[in-house]
Design a protein around this ligand. Structure first.
Ligand SMILES: NC(=O)c1ccc[n+]([C@@H]2O[C@H](COP(=O)([O-])OP(=O)(O)OC[C@H]3O[C@@H](n4cnc5c(N)ncnc54)[C@H](OP(=O)(O)O)[C@@H]3O)[C@@H](O)[C@H]2O)c1
Ligand SMILES: [Zn+2]
Length: 350
């Protein structure tokens, strides 16, 4: 790994990060990747990976170079947020493209943890005489591919816990739907929903709040909804069952079946391994990221079993005085943001 990078080099890799982020929500469980081709401090081509089955960032960047600039490829450097792939997947390897294009220098932020790649892409380029620098703004590069890294290293989705609590520490009240955060926080949650694969809720939350769990205040793909319904008796007219969008109903008995095609019933024992087994099932079905949106009991089970990677917790500007107490996280926040009169705290599971 190299450590001394110039301001200019950091500027170019940041441009690659920004490009990568354009695929937020459409790439997972594949990684977000951006690439920028630079000739004498001028960007002559750039691209990013848009999602499953699409050309890789490097391919788009090379294709983006104007005819009149092609002659400069042999004197350019390519900045990539992630190590170029070196295997035939849906597309030919990007290492071959770089060699064929005779680009002499590659600057990489982070190594691709996919087992077939994992340093092999870099080795191959170096063996063929390409100068390769790695580790530029690596922390940011790792953050961009954290869902992907989780996907290839573990047999579970990346689990994000999310809830809102009042100033006095309640997340809601029994048999009553209460709203805790402001409109900006709500919109942000809808943005998050467009970036993840699935949302999970507990039985009481489904019954009491009847949430839609869509990203209607943002744009992009709606997530899969997953609801615990042990006794299989949640009302059929709940939004998550009746709105035509995909929902998994997790149950212990299949006495009732649904005619709606959007509902997938999953029969599974509600034992101590329920959440662990469900996460494995999600991973098998290529659910790369899961947002757990409550209520308190479900969130606390994830916390107690250590089955989470990140938590995003809002504190609204309201007092509820009584109600259902918010879950307890065993760690301190890593980051804190003000969203008008709400506070958002981000926690990482160490
Ligand atoms: N402020 C927020 O961010 C927020 C978000 C969501 C909900 N809420 C509020 O939270 C309240 C509901 O919370 P809650 O704690 O009562 O309910 P909940 O977590 O939504 O649901 C609890 C029920 O879900 C099932 N369940 C949950 N975890 C389970 C596990 N690990 N294994 C097996 N079954 C599990 C059980 O159902 P069975 O006992 O039937 O099997 C349990 O009784 C509502 O007032 C809602 O408005 C607030
Ligand atoms: Zn590639």
């Amino acid at each position: 790994m190299n450590s001394d990078f110039s301001k200019k080099q950091k500027l170019f890799i940041r441009r690659a990060f920004d490009l990568a982020r354009l695929a937020e929500g459409s790439a997972v469980p594949n990684p977000m990747v951006g690439a920028v081709i630079v000739f004498r401090d001028r960007i002559i081509g750039e691209g990013y990976f848009k999602g499953f089955g699409q050309p890789h960032a490097e391919v788009n960047a090379v294709a983006n170079v104007k005819e009149s600039d092609r002659q400069y490829l042999t004197q350019s450097e390519i900045y990539v947020s992630l190590e170029p792939c070196n295997f035939f997947g849906k597309t030919p390897p990007c290492t071959s493209l770089i060699l064929k294009s005779k680009i002499p220098k590659v600057i990489i932020s982070t190594i691709d943890k996919t087992p077939q790649v994992s340093g092999n892409g870099i080795d191959l380029l170096r063996k063929n005489g390409v100068e390769v620098l790695t580790g530029i703004l690596e922390k940011e590069g790792n953050e961009l591919v954290k869902y992907r890294t989780n996907y290839v290293e573990r047999d579970s989705p990346f689990v994000i816990l999310k809830y809102a609590k009042s100033k006095d520490g309640f997340i809601g009240q029994k048999n009553k739907s209460v709203w805790i955060t402001n409109h900006f926080s709500k919109t942000l949650v809808h943005k998050w929903r467009s970036e993840i694969n699935a949302i999970m809720i507990g039985t009481n939350t489904a019954r009491q709040d009847n949430p839609k769990l869509t990203n209607r205040l943002y744009f992009g793909k709606d997530p899969l909804r997953i609801v615990l319904d042990r006794k299989n008796d949640l009302p059929e007219d709940l939004h998550i069952f009746s709105d035509g969008l995909p929902t998994w109903q997790i149950t212990e008995n299949l006495s009732r079946t649904f005619s709606q095609k959007n509902i997938t019933q999953i029969e599974i024992p509600f034992d101590d391994f329920l959440l662990k087994n469900l996460l494995t099932k999600m991973h098998q079905e290529k659910v790369g990221t899961l947002l757990v949106e409550g209520g308190a009991q479900l969130l606390q089970s994830f916390i107690n079993q250590g089955l989470w990677q990140e938590a995003r917790i809002f504190e609204g500007n309201k007092y509820l005085k009584k109600g259902i107490l918010a879950p307890q996280l065993p760690v301190s926040p890593n980051e804190e943001f003000e969203i008008e009169n709400d506070i958002l705290r981000i926690f990482h599971n160490p």
